[in-house]
Design a protein around this ligand. Structure first.
Ligand SMILES: [Zn+2]
Length: 453
């Protein structure tokens, strides 16, 4: 069965045919870095990670680009509120994002371009758009003329009035038409900016993605994705800019959009106080549990985060790791056909997860150790397609990831050294430090081991 994906552009499930089978190219809109990423930001990153894993099994090479938006009005505002330098804020929060992605089990993208390092490419594109009559300069701003581009609205299928309502902005005096959008805007000396033919300024958000996608993936590439909320205006504007610049038929062939994440049935918002960052979740919930929850609904459906789904995912992982526990894993055993087929059918992750449950049941029912080992090997190989079940089962039940385990072992080592030097107050301090984190040390003639309280 070939891979089929739902293309938002055609509103149909289509067979995926790469432009170049030797290099499949995809782009995902990355985060705007000014704070911790929330659970809604995590969903597209996990879905695209599963898609990339699948494509890597089907094709020899995959180039996956996910950008970092490190210049934006929200960033400037947050830096002012924190009384922090903009560069310090973006560096710090980019690091948080990368750590969160790692804890979710995502493989880093092939390229992770920063918007601030690609302003030259954006200026080049904007200049082309002005020359071609698709953009105009007005009062230090450069705007894209929506009327000049006949294909506008092809992705969102919004009519003119809906677009205006969607833009929800007062018509600025420098705009010729209300729907025109910003490609470049002036910056004040204290705000980050770059010299350009239109004065000192900074790029609009939409042009960032068009310029970075073209640089790393070419004028035409296979798949572009993001959350459903980006279809309009962000993705519609990306198409307009890129096709107006590079010709019709260019830019992404397929568009994938994931449904929104709610919390306890409600839309996440700071005012409702239900805004959950992934960083907060990791204090109580292992990254793999968060990942499993994010894959437990089909990506196009909405997903609700609540304690029941998290508990359920935790129990599922306990069940899977129990099936793997103590088994001899044979790396040559292939993954399950059922998991592969489910993922090839528009990334049907809920079906793939139920196939994992069936394998776990077969492990439990198997009569011989050899049969259990083979089935457990199949379970682990199948889990890899989803980026799941790759931990040591003992580590899973200890509830620690590798980084945490290393940190604990380092402290145990420091305590042993303090005891050897008869510095018992330091040894007690280290033991108490671990105890405060819920780690209990047990000394025996074999040395020191640890467990959770
Ligand atoms: Zn984008």
């Amino acid at each position: 069965m070939p891979l089929s994906l739902y293309n938002t552009l055609t509103r149909k499930k289509e067979t995926f045919t790469p432009l170049d089978p030797d290099n499949v190219r995809l782009y995902l809109c990355g985060p705007t870095v000014y704070d911790f990423a929330h659970i809604g930001n995590a969903r597209p990153s996990v879905i695209f990670d599963v898609l990339t894993r699948l494509l890597r099994c089907l094709y020899s090479e995959v180039t996956f680009v996910r950008n970092i938006t490190d210049i934006d009005d929200k960033i400037i505002k947050a830096a002012q509120e924190n009384k922090e330098k903009i560069m310090d804020l973006t560096r710090r929060t980019t690091e948080y994002y990368r750590n969160d992605m790692k804890a979710l089990g995502n493989i880093p993208p092939t390229q992770e371009p920063l918007a601030t390092e690609h302003v030259e490419e954006m200026i080049t594109m904007i200049s082309h758009l002005i020359e071609a009559g698709h953009a105009y300069e007005s009062d230090g701003h450069v705007l894209f003329s929506v009327k000049s581009f006949a294909g506008y609205g092809q992705l969102s299928r919004c009519n003119h009035d809906e677009m205006l309502a969607g833009a929800r902005v007062e018509v600025a005096p420098y705009k010729r038409d209300a729907e025109d959008f910003i490609l470049w805007k002036p910056s004040l000396p204290e705000i980050p900016g770059w010299d350009s033919p239109w004065g000192y300024g900074r790029p609009g958000w939409h042009i960032e993605c068009s310029a970075m996608a073209q640089k790393y993936l070419g004028e035409t590439f296979d798949i572009h994705g993001g959350g459903h909320d980006l279809i309009f205006p962000h993705h519609e504007n990306e198409i307009a800019q890129s096709q107006a610049c590079f010709g019709s038929g260019t830019f992404a062939k397929m568009w994938l959009h994931n449904g929104m994440v709610t919390v306890d049935g409600e839309k996440m918002s700071k005012s409702l106080g239900n805004f959950i960052t992934i960083h907060q979740l990791f204090e109580t919930t292992p990254g793999e549990v968060v990942r499993l929850v994010l894959l437990s609904s089909h990506y196009r459906q909405p997903l609700d985060w609540n304690t029941q789904v998290a508990d359920q995912a935790h129990q599922s992982l306990d069940r899977f790791y129990n099936a793997l526990r103590g088994r001899k894993i044979n790396e040559t055993v292939p993954s399950s056909e059922a998991v592969k087929l489910a993922l090839k059918d528009d990334l049907n992750t809920p079906l793939a997860i139920s196939a994992l449950h069936e394998i776990a049941t077969r492990v439990n029912k198997a009569q011989s150790d050899a049969e259990k080992d083979t089935l457990a090997s199949e379970l682990k190989a199948s889990g890899a397609w989803l980026g799941l079940l790759q931990q040591d089962p003992e580590m899973w039940f200890k509830g620690a990831d590798k980084g945490e385990e290393d940190a604990i072992l380092e402290l145990i080592d420091a305590r042993n050294k303090a005891r050897a030097a008869k510095d018992f107050s330091e040894a007690d301090r280290v033991r108490d430090e671990l105890l405060a984190k819920g780690i209990v040390l047990e000394d025996s003639s074999q040395g020191t081991s640890w467990r959770r309280e």
